[in-house]
Structures are given as structure tokens and as C-alpha cells.
Design a protein around this ligand. Structure first.
Ligand code: ATP
Ligand code: MG
Length: 409
């Protein structure tokens, strides 16, 4: 991608209304544009990051046997009446058609996936079943001030599983919990799993996956010595107490919830009368679980964790490109050549070929946060200056070396 042709450019100044780092840097670097509070456009480069996050999530959800679907965002009122969500869920967006019919916008999809699964679940042989999607969710959030951390429209991965027995559910639940920890690790995030009550649905245990950040909206107590972590809202412990698991001292911190897993029991199966035939011929309701990840929130949390005074520092796994070439004065033709050669080799690379000063190109590269900066200048001839975003030193290399390093990174 050539920056001179890019519709959304880096800006010299931060947006005036940003009250979080992710909002400020994502807008200034040109990754997102705000339409209104909690509603954003993802630009071509921002969309690349979002897609890279999705790819990691898809791989791990497919690996635990999830089957991807795409369910509607526009729902009939009847489905939400069946669970009483129509009256009880305060964030549910409701709308009326011109013929007076009521609809809801999906804030989650238990109300849609359960009757959908009913069509294919007849016997225990159809179980377990796990369906997931990556889709925009709509919530009438009262406050949407934390950039893309809390949207009124936001991207979520939501998976729903159906099981014959509690034991099979427990097995799958544990597998998904491990897959979640792998996902967050691959995204560069250290997520702690809290034990929490089951929210809206049941009194059963659920886990929230928390990433420590001051931009988050949750308060947690956690232990540095082991993996104990609990949401302050429900906690029986406090900061300074001994960790109930290992005895070390508990600390308080702000955190952002990047995902969660719920044991839904048989609630939704009962609401939609989903039953299956057991091996002994009797009928029962399947046990259900739901598993969410805030895909767009993850992107924001990553910016909160990975930045410095100069801009974003994307982890390589989700960066919008592997490298950015800066074409300095007098080396434009060679920079083009390097760009073409790397692109041909399958390296994803940006080329800063704008008519800007060297200084503003250096600033843009730091703000964009691409892992490797390649400076091509008349002074260095055919040699390319290689510098990693996380490093303060640079080195000169040939095009062949640069190509080799990027292909193996
Ligand atoms: P929160 O407590 O932050 O409101 P939640 O308990 O409502 O989250 P779920 O309904 O389980 O969350 O949604 C699954 C995941 O979607 C959450 O773990 C979070 O990462 C993400 N998420 C929830 N609400 C939003 C939002 N308004 N904007 C962006 N991401 C969100
Ligand atoms: Mg919420």
C-alpha cells in the first residue's frame, strides 16, 4: 500500500475530543474515524488490524470444533419476548417498522442461535454442537467515552455450544478457556481469568478475561504470584489480603474485559423448547454455553498496552503491515523498487512516498506503529536502514537480507 494513495492519512494533531489513548492514537494515525460516540468507521489500515485479530480468533475457534455462521443483526421481537430479554435488557436497541412491527438489533445472539440449533438437534448424536460468528453488535450503552473500548456498535466473536451432559459441557468449557488464553497471548495480551457470577443468565460460574489497563472500566483484585483474579464487584477479598490460592498479597487494578465464557445451563433450551433424544430414548434439554470476545475492544486494549510518546507499537501478529519503507529525497525510484520486490515476495509492506519532509515521514512511521521501518536514502545507496519500532538502534542491510528477515518474521 502506497501512502500517497491512501484515503486516510496520519494527522499531525490529535483529535480534540479524545479522552483515551486508543481513541487519540487510532484517529490520529488514521486507523479509525468517529461517526458519533461509540460508533466508528475502520479505514483500510484499521480494517487490516481488525481482520488480523479475527484471523487468530477464527483459527482457535475452528481448532476447538466451532463452526462459523453469520446470523442476522435484525431480530423479530418474538425471539426477545421468549426469554424476557425484550423487557429486561436495558441496552437492547428496539425499533419499529413503518407497518408498526417491533424489531431488536442483536446485542447478543442466544435468542437467535437457540431456535436455529433447534432445527438441527434431534438426538444425542447431533451433540455436541458449537456455532460461532464474528459480527457487529448493537447496545444502547449510556456512556461511550473510551474510544473503541466501549462501542454502541462493536465487533464481537460469539460462540454458543450445546451438550448432552454436564460432563461434556465441562470438558468443552475447559477447552475454550484454554483457547481463549492462547488467543489473548497471540494478540500480545496477558489476560487473567476471573471467576464471576453468571450475569443475566444463571447463578453458575463464569469467567471474565481481564487485561490490566487504566483505560478499562472494571476493578479487579489479582495476585502477582499465581493466576488468582477476581472482579471487585463480587469479591469477598480486598487489596492487601492474602491470596486465597497461594498466600501472596493481593493487588487492586483497573482492567478491561476482553472476553468471557458462561455456563447457560438449560435456560435458553427451555425458553425455545429445544430437546434431544438420549441413548435410552428419553428426551432432555441440552446444556448450553456462550463464549464472547470483544474483537474491536481487543484492538483498543492493544493500543492502550502498546504505545509510547511517538505512537502505536503493534504486536507483529496483528500489525497492518510487516514494514514501512520511507522514501527519502533523491531515493524515490529505488524505494519503489524495494517496495515492488518485497511485495512480490509476499511481504506486506507500506511505502511512504508522500511529498513530505523526512521528519514528518519518521514521525508518521512511529505513529503508525508498524514493526519495522526501512529507510531508503540517497546517502546509503542500495543499502537499506533497518530499524525495529521497539528498538532505538538501526543497521544497514541489503535488499536480499531485508527480504529474508521479513519473510522469516
Ligand atoms: P462489559 O461489562 O464490558 O459491558 P459485558 O459483560 O456486557 O461487558 P458480554 O455481553 O458478555 O460483555 O460481551 C462479550 C464481550 O464483548 C465482552 O467480554 C467485551 O469484551 C465485549 N464488549 C461488551 N460490550 C462492549 C461494548 N459496548 N463495546 C465493545 N466491546 C464490548
Ligand atoms: Mg455490558
Amino acid at each position: 500500500m502506497q501512502l500517497s494513495k491512501l484515503a486516510f492519512q496520519v494527522s499531525k494533531n490529535p483529535p480534540a475530543n479524545a479522552d483515551t489513548i486508543n481513541h487519540q492514537l487510532l484517529v490520529q494515525a488514521g486507523y479509525v474515524r468517529q461517526l458519533m460516540a461509540g460508533v466508528y468507521t475502520y479505514t483500510p489500515l484499521g480494517l487490516r488490524v481488525l481482520r488480523n485479530i479475527e484471523k487468530i480468533i477464527r483459527e482457535e475457534m475452528n481448532a476447538v470444533g466451532g463452526q462459523e455462521v453469520l446470523m442476522p443483526a435484525l431480530h423479530p421481537k418474538a425471539n426477545w419476548l421468549a426469554t424476557d430479554g425484550w423487557n429486561k435488557i436495558d441496552v437492547l436497541f428496539k425499533l419499529k417498522s413503518r407497518t408498526g412491527k417491533d424489531y431488536a438489533l442483536g446485542q447478543s445472539h442466544e435468542e437467535i442461535v437457540t431456535p436455529l440449533a433447534k432445527e438441527v438437534i434431534n438426538s444425542y448424536k447431533d451433540l455436541p454442537l458449537a456455532l460461532y460468528q464474528i459480527q457487529w453488535k448493537y447496545r444502547d450503552e449510556l456512556r461511550s467515552k473510551s474510544g473503541i473500548l466501549r462501542g454502541r456498535e462493536f465487533l464481537m466473536k460469539d460462540m454458543y455450544s450445546f451438550h448432552e451432559t454436564q460432563a461434556d459441557f465441562d470438558r468443552f468449557y475447559a477447552e475454550v478457556k484454554q483457547a481463549y488464553l492462547r488467543i489473548f497471548q497471540r494478540l500480545g495480551l496477558t489476560a487473567k481469568a476471573t471467576e464471576a457470577s453468571g450475569g443475566n443468565f444463571t447463578e453458575k460460574v463464569s469467567y471474565e478475561f481481564m487485561v490490566l489497563t487504566d483505560a478499562g472500566e472494571d476493578d479487579i483484585f489479582y495476585c502477582d504470584a499465581c493466576d488468582y483474579c477476581v472482579n471487585q464487584e463480587i469479591a469477598k477479598v480486598k487489596a492487601g489480603d492474602a491470596c486465597p490460592k497461594c498466600g501472596a498479597t493481593l493487588q487492586a487494578a483497573r482492567a478491561s474485559e476482553v472476553g468471557n465464557v458462561f455456563d447457560l445451563g438449560q435456560k435458553f433450551a427451555k425458553d425455545f423448547d429445544v430437546t434431544f433424544t438420549k441413548a435410552d430414548g428419553s428426551r432432555d434439554y441440552p446444556i448450553m454455553g456462550s463464549y464472547g470476545i470483544g474483537v474491536s475492544r481487543c484492538m483498543g486494549v492493544i493500543v492502550e498496552k502498546y504505545h509510547d510518546e511517538q505512537g502505536i507499537i503493534w504486536p507483529t501478529s496483528i500489525a497492518p503491515a510487516q514494514a514501512i519503507i520511507l522514501a527519502l529525497n533523491g531515493a524515490e525510484a529505488y524505494a519503489q523498487e524495494v517496495y515492488q520486490a518485497l511485495t512480490k515476495q509476499g511481504v506486506s509492506v507500506l511505502l511512504d512516498d508522500r511529498s513530505e519532509s523526512a521528519g514528518s515521514k519518521f514521525a508518521a512511521a512511529d505513529l503508525l506503529g508498524v514493526p519495522v521501518r526501512l529507510v531508503v536514502s540517497a546517502r546509503n545507496g542500495k543499502q537499506i536502514e533497518w530499524k525495529e519500532r521497539t528498538s532505538t538502534t538501526n543497521k544497514l542491510a541489503s535488499l536480499e537480507e531485508v527480504c529474508q528477515w521479513l519473510k522469516s518474521s
